[in-house]
Design a protein. Structure first.
Length: 160
DNA sequence: GCCAACGTTGGC
DNA sequence: GCCAACGTTGGC
């Protein structure tokens, strides 16, 4: 089974990597995703143990701040049935759930943030989906060599 | 705050 | 099924 790697975006104002570190067992259901492509990744391709870069969007600067991992098999997103939730989906039925999710667990915070600017200016990393103009997908597959490189850049800089 | 990108909705 | 209008994302 080949290693699989991913990147997830989150606005730190709604849910930051620090929030994930502070969650019970450093784990949280990655709920509220309401995009079919992103759902399909969670439902069909993300599996326990996959590595995940945690990216802060809408931050100044935006960038990768943490390493996480997939911590569950896919299951129905409970918020779709919760009328009080902003993610409530009246068109989804419990016997035929529309939205699936996986749990995410924090592995560790990066030694230093790897910013979007750095990603874009790096000859290899600039091909990452997150660096594409107009890229809005909140969950994207990442070449594991790119994930490794992001971690390496973060480590290297932190040691001066 | 601006605006490009792009997914979704709804009229036809 | 087409497509214009609209809403959201997210970098800058």
């Amino acid at each position: 089974m080949p290693r699989r790697c991913w990147l997830v975006k989150s606005e730190p104002g709604s849910f930051s990597f620090a929030d994930l570190l502070a969650a019970p067992a450093r784990t949280t259901p990655w709920d509220g995703v309401r995009n079919y492509q992103a759902r399909n990744f969670m439902r069909d391709e993300m599996r326990v143990g996959d590595a995940v870069l945690f990216y802060h969007s809408g931050a100044t600067p935006p960038g990768v701040v943490g390493l996480a991992e997939v911590a569950s098999e896919p299951y129905p997103d409970p918020t779709q049935f919760d009328e009080g939730s902003r993610y409530f989906d009246p068109k989804s039925r419990p016997d035929e759930p529309r939205w699936q999710l996986i749990d995410l667990r924090a592995v560790r915070e990066l030694a230093s943030m790897v910013t979007m600017g750095e990603i874009k200016s790096h000859p290899e990393l600039r091909t990452m989906e997150v660096a594409r103009r107009g890229s809005r997908l909140s969950i994207t597959p990442v070449d594991c060599a790119h994930l490794d490189l992001v971690l390496e850049i973060s480590e290297r800089r932190s040691h001066g």
